[in-house]
Design a protein around this ligand. Structure first.
Ligand SMILES: [Zn+2]
Length: 616
């Protein structure tokens, strides 16, 4: 803009609120996204003197110090056209120290972020998942609510995008968004791609906008079925009834369908960032496995974003987080995501039963539960995800998800049983997560608040029951929800459909409930369960089975050996490679193939199926 006198500019500046003068301007050039490099320029208002800028370290939804500082590259600072030297903090790898010269009130930082991470990359030739925390710096000590950011992005030629951010202006491949707080920016990722489609999923009568923004590696990938669209509309309706309020002004399901980028789900207030298989809409097995992905992330808008454990409600991205209440944040979301998948038809009742049977059986065979209570899996979230797959069973994993599911199923079943079906966990959800609809806000809570709200629904010593479940070192998983629900867990030689879908999807074979191990199709032992027949024979995770009873390993050969072993006194002989050594391990097992299923207990009320009935 030309020909504006300086006085006019001064008047404009003086008339702006103080905060507006402290806006960071972030320009992201994503034109190089296909080779997984993002370029960024950040202009920050500063004052002369020492300055420390930080890169977000503790990420909401991750609950861990996973801000990818190792991928933050090409860093330069300039002030008044001159290069400024920077020094990284000796202890905090996410902090950069600078000296701002006298007379300088604005600093320009330029840098790149590498988004390549093999199959977990954030971009490919066709799609991009832009998470703003990876391309931003802010002053150390500033609360993320107080930092204002005016962000813009330039996308590869012809790409379209989806985000909960509101565009201010758009021209060609560039879009500038309305200025928001750093909190909102980090909470509002953007997906983009050459192949894009948006589908409206607000049911009739719902005033707020709900959409699915899809980008995919192929046109076929984004062909969502009419049945799934109907289910997602039902999901919006079901959550409205379940919670009784919405804590957002619009909601975007951002969905990347591709196998070259990360498969994940990350929750936000007004959107969720989801990545799944390219064939999710067309492959029934993958569809079954992923059926609770969108319901799960959507539930987080209430459970996790609006209501948040006090230890996770931090004022910036550098403060450590406490994961102790993740069995509510993730466990209850896992439960609600799974029952909503069934209530909305994303998963059939049979698929729901099979999925629950697998979850319960897996946890009931977790040897690590004898030393590590569920509570500790939540408390140690910071370290768990860094672990290798091998020995997961003994180490335990993020079990607060699936075991939280079992615990909340038990709570729901008990409320229904105690009140003769008059009350349910739905009442707790409405009470705890409802309130007044409106724009995003965070309401922190503690353990005592959860127990108090449950008591308001149905008087009981909920605090005691929850603590017993959380602190237990019992070798067995909590099955109270299944048994109170009128079902029981059994094992037969018939394949479990969830496990079958997992096997096809991962190529692993899961023999946890027979020999006691999980192996790749090549025979590499991913896990061996302590106490199982395979463990007793001396096998361990990290070894590779070469032959079964003298015959070359394959999934079919090991399954045939299991069946044959039922008619033989001889152990199953496994030749395994352990580094440079070979050894034969004799596994004394004769019970054939075993897979978990749920069966009805006749004469008992079928509470479980009552729980998954649609509300409409
Ligand atoms: Zn989650």
């Amino acid at each position: 803009m030309k020909n504006i006198c300086l006085l006019a500019i001064a008047i404009v500046l003086l008339s702006l609120p103080a905060a507006a003068q402290n806006v960071e301007r972030l320009q992201v050039d994503a034109a190089d996204a296909p080779r997984n490099v993002l370029h960024a320029t950040l202009t920050i208002p500063v004052a002369p003197g020492p300055l420390t800028l930080v890169y977000p370290k503790w990420l909401p939804g991750n609950h861990r110090p996973t801000g990818p500082i190792q991928n933050f590259t090409g860093l330069h600072f300039k002030a008044a056209g001159k290069e400024l030297e920077w020094q990284r903090d000796l202890e905090d790898m996410w902090a950069f120290h600078l000296q701002v010269p006298a007379g300088v009130n604005e600093l320009q930082a330029t840098y790149d972020t590498i988004t390549y991470n093999g199959k977990s990359s954030l971009a490919s030739s066709k799609v991009l998942d832009l998470v703003w925390n990876q391309v931003v710096l802010y002053p150390q000590g500033a609360a993320s609510n107080d930092v204002r950011v005016s962000a813009s992005v330039r996308l590869p030629e012809g790409w379209k995008f989806g985000t909960a951010l509101t565009p201010a202006q758009q021209s060609g491949n560039s879009v500038e968004f309305q200025t928001v707080s750093l909190t909102t920016l980090v909470d509002s990722p953007l997906i983009a791609g050459a192949i894009y489609r948006q589908v409206q999923i607000s049911p009739p009568g719902e005033p707020l906008t709900h959409v699915v923004d899809m980008v995919g590696e192929s046109e076929e990938a984004i062909q969502i079925t009419d049945k799934d669209i109907a289910s997602l509309k039902q999901l919006v309706a079901e959550t409205g009834k379940l919670f009784g309020a919405r804590h957002y002004t619009k909601y975007h399901f951002l969905l990347i369908l591709g196998d070259q980028t990360a498969h994940h789900g990350l929750e936000h207030h007004e959107s969720s960032d989801n990545g799944t298989d390219e064939d999710m809409f067309s492959n029934p097995g993958v569809h079954d496995l992923e059926a609770d992905l969108l319901p799960h992330e959507f539930v987080h808008s209430w459970n996790g974003k609006y209501k948040r454990p006090a230890g996770l409600a931090t004022r910036d991205y550098q403060a450590p987080m406490h994961g102790d209440l993740l069995w509510v944040y993730e466990g209850l979301t896992d439960y609600l995501g799974n029952i909503l998948a069934a209530r909305t038809g994303l998963r059939s009742p049979d698929q729901f039963h099979e999925n629950l049977a697998y979850t319960a059986a897996m946890l009931d065979h977790r040897a690590g539960r004898t030393w590590r209570p569920l509570q500790d899996t939540a408390t140690s979230v910071q370290s768990l995800f860094a672990a290798a797959t091998e020995w997961t069973n003994w180490r335990r994993s993020a079990d607060y998800y699936p075991e939280g599911y079992l615990i909340w199923l038990e709570v729901d079943s008990l409320i229904r049983q105690k009140t003769n079906g008059q009350k349910s966990l739905n009442d707790f959800c409405r009470l705890f997560y409802g309130g007044q609809s409106g724009p995003p806000q965070v309401v922190p809570y503690k353990f005592e608040d959860v127990a108090a709200a449950l008591n308001q629904v149905t008087p009981n010593d909920w605090a005691k029951l929850l603590r017993e479940r959380l602190d237990s070192k019992s070798p067995h998983a909590p099955m109270g929800g299944i048994t109170t629900g009128g079902w029981k867990l059994v094992y037969t030689d018939q394949k479990n459909s969830t496990m079958d879908a997992r096997e096809k999807s991962s190529n692993n074979i899961d023999l946890s409930f027979s020999l006691g191990f999980i192996a790749t199709k090549e025979g590499e032992l991913r896990d061996v369960i302590p106490g199982s027949p395979a463990y007793a024979a001396g096998l361990g995770a990290g070894m590779k089975v070469i032959a079964v009873n003298g015959r070359k390993w394959s999934k079919d050969v090991i399954r045939a050996a299991l069946r044959g072993g039922m008619h033989s006194q001889q152990p199953i002989s496994l030749l395994a490679e352990n580094g440079e050594y070979y050894k034969t391990y004799d596994v004394n097992y004769h019970e054939g193939e075993r897979y978990p299923h749920l069966v009805r207990v006749e004469g008992q009320a079928n509470i479980l199926d009552e729980i998954i009935k649609p509300s409409f």
